[in-house]
Design a protein around this ligand. Structure first.
Ligand SMILES: Nc1nc2c(ncn2[C@@H]2O[C@H](COP(=O)(O)OP(=O)(O)O)[C@@H](O)[C@H]2O)c(=O)[nH]1
Ligand SMILES: [Mg+2]
Length: 351
C-alpha cells in the first residue's frame, strides 16, 4: 500500500504513480462525466488501462459494448491514450476476468517488439503501446486510481479472489486455459502488487458537496431507468431538488420531451416557474432526506444558472447526478445547478 506517514492525497497518488508498472484508472459507467479526471488523464505517463465499472447499472437500452465504444470516443476527445478500455461490474463479475487476464498479459509481455493485446473480450480496445509495461524500468506495481466510490476496492477484492482460486478446481483449470491462451505463462505475475489508492478526481461532482450519508442517497442500487417528462415552455423539472431544468419559451416545438437518466431513488418532479425563481434566489427545495448540514451548505453555496441549446445528438451530463436529452431538437434548456458542479454537453450515449 501507499506510504505510512500519512502524506496528503495528492502526494500519496504521486508516489503510487511513480512506482506503477501499469495504471488502472477506474470510472463509474453510469457517471462517466462525474468520475473521469481529465487532468489526471493528461498527467499519467505510464501504461494505462481504463476500467468503466458498474456495468450492472446501465440502462437496458445501452449495452456494455456500446458504452465501451462511447467511452473510447470520449477519451479520444480528451487526448487520453489508454492501452485498453474495459467495461466491468465488480458486483456481478461481468468483464472482470477479461480485465485481469489483460493485466496479466501486459505484465508478462517482453519489453520490446511486441504488439500487446490489451483489449480482450468484452472490451473496447484502445490499441496497445509497443513495449508493454515491461518497459517501465524499475516500476513494479499495478496501481488502481480514480474517483471515490467508483469501485476500485471492489475490483481489488475480485483480483485477490481471482489470484487465490485454488489450483486444480474446474473453475481454476478453465481460467488457466484462458490465461494460457491470453498470455505466455499460466502463472500470475506475483512480482506485481496491486496498489489501491484513495479516491481522487478533479471533476466537481454533486456527491462531493454532500456528507457520506446524503451522497449515498444518490448511489444507484438498481439499473438506471429512463424517465420521460413533457414540459410546456416555462415548466421545469426538479432533479431531486438538487438541480432544475426549465423548458424555455425559445423552443420551436410547443412541448419539450425530456428523457432523464438518474438513479431511481432520485425523484424527478414537474414544478412551476415561480418555484424555480425562488430557487434561483437561493431558496432550497431539497428533499427531506437531505441532512440539515448539507441543506445549509448547499443553500449557502447557492445555484448557478446555465442555458444551453441541444442539437440532435446532444445530451447533458451533470456530474454525480445523471444525464438527459430532449426528444426533439434543437431545444434550449435553462439549468439551475449547485454552484461549482460540473456539467457538460456530450454526444448521446444511446446513438
Ligand atoms: N452496482 C455496483 N456497485 C458497485 C460496483 N463496484 C462497486 N460498487 C459499490 O460502490 C461502492 C463504492 O465501492 P468501492 O469499491 O468502495 O469504491 P472506491 O472508493 O473506488 O474504492 C460500494 O458500495 C460498492 O459496493 C459495481 O460494479 N456495481
Ligand atoms: Mg476504496
Amino acid at each position: 500500500m501507499v506510504a505510512s506517514n500519512k502524506p496528503d492525497m495528492a502526494t500519496q497518488l504521486r508516489n503510487a504513480l511513480e512506482g506503477a508498472a501499469l495504471v488502472i484508472l477506474v470510472v463509474d459507467g453510469v457517471d462517466f462525466a462525474g468520475t473521469i479526471s481529465r487532468r489526471l488523464l493528461q498527467k499519467i505517463n505510464k501504461p494505462l488501462f481504463i476500467v468503466v465499472n458498474k456495468a450492472d447499472l446501465l440502462p437496458a437500452n445501452i449495452s456494455p459494448k456500446a458504452l465501451g465504444d462511447w467511452c473510447k470516443s470520449q477519451l479520444a476527445e480528451m487526448n487520453g491514450k489508454p492501452l485498453g478500455i474495459f467495461v466491468t461490474s465488480a458486483k456481478s463479475g461481468f468483464g472482470v476476468e477479461a480485465l485481469w487476464q489483460a493485466v496479466r498479459t501486459e505484465l508478462c509481455q517482453p519489453a520490446k517488439g511486441k504488439e500487446g493485446k490489451a483489449a480482450s473480450a468484452g472490451a473496447a480496445g484502445g490499441g496497445s503501446a509497443a513495449g508493454g509495461v515491461a518497459a517501465g524500468g524499475g516500476s513494479a506495481a499495478v496501481v488502481l486510481i480514480g474517483a471515490k466510490g467508483v469501485g476500485k476496492s471492489a475490483l481489488h477484492s475480485t483480483w485477490l479472489a481471482y489470484k487465490e482460486q485454488p489450483a486444480g478446481t474446474r473453475r481454476h483449470r478453465r481460467r488457466r486455459g484462458k490465461a494460457d491462451a491470453a498470455g505466455k505463462s499460466g502463472k500470475w505475475p506475483t512480482a506485481y502488487p496491486v496498489v489501491d489508492t484513495p479516491g481522487f478526481c478533479d471533476t466537481s461532482n454533486v456527491k462531493e458537496l454532500l456528507c457520506a450519508g446524503c451522497a449515498a442517497l444518490l448511489a444507484p442500487e438498481k439499473r438506471i431507468r429512463c424517465r420521460t417528462m413533457h414540459l410546456w415552455p416555462g415548466q421545469a423539472v426538479s432533479l431531486g431538488g438538487l438541480a432544475v431544468v426549465t423548458a424555455t419559451a425559445h423552443n420551436p416545438s410547443a412541448q419539450v420531451i425530456l428523457r432523464i437518466y438518474m438513479p431511481t431513488g432520485i425523484p424527478a418532479r414537474r414544478i412551476g416557474g415561480e418555484k424555480v425563481e425562488a430557487m434561483a434566489k437561493g431558496e432550497a427545495m431539497l428533499p427531506k432526506a437531505v441532512c440539515p448540514t448539507c441543506r445549509e451548505k448547499l443553500t449557502r453555496q447557492g445555484w448557478e444558472e446555465w442555458t444551453v441549446t441541444l442539437q440532435q445528438r446532444d445530451e447533458v451530463a451533470v456530474a454525480g447526478l445523471g444525464r438527459l436529452y430532449a426528444k426533439h431538437s434543437p431545444v434550449t434548456l435553462r439549468f439551475l445547478l449547485p454552484a461549482g458542479v460540473y456539467a457538460i454537453v456530450e454526444r448521446r450515449q444511446d446513438l
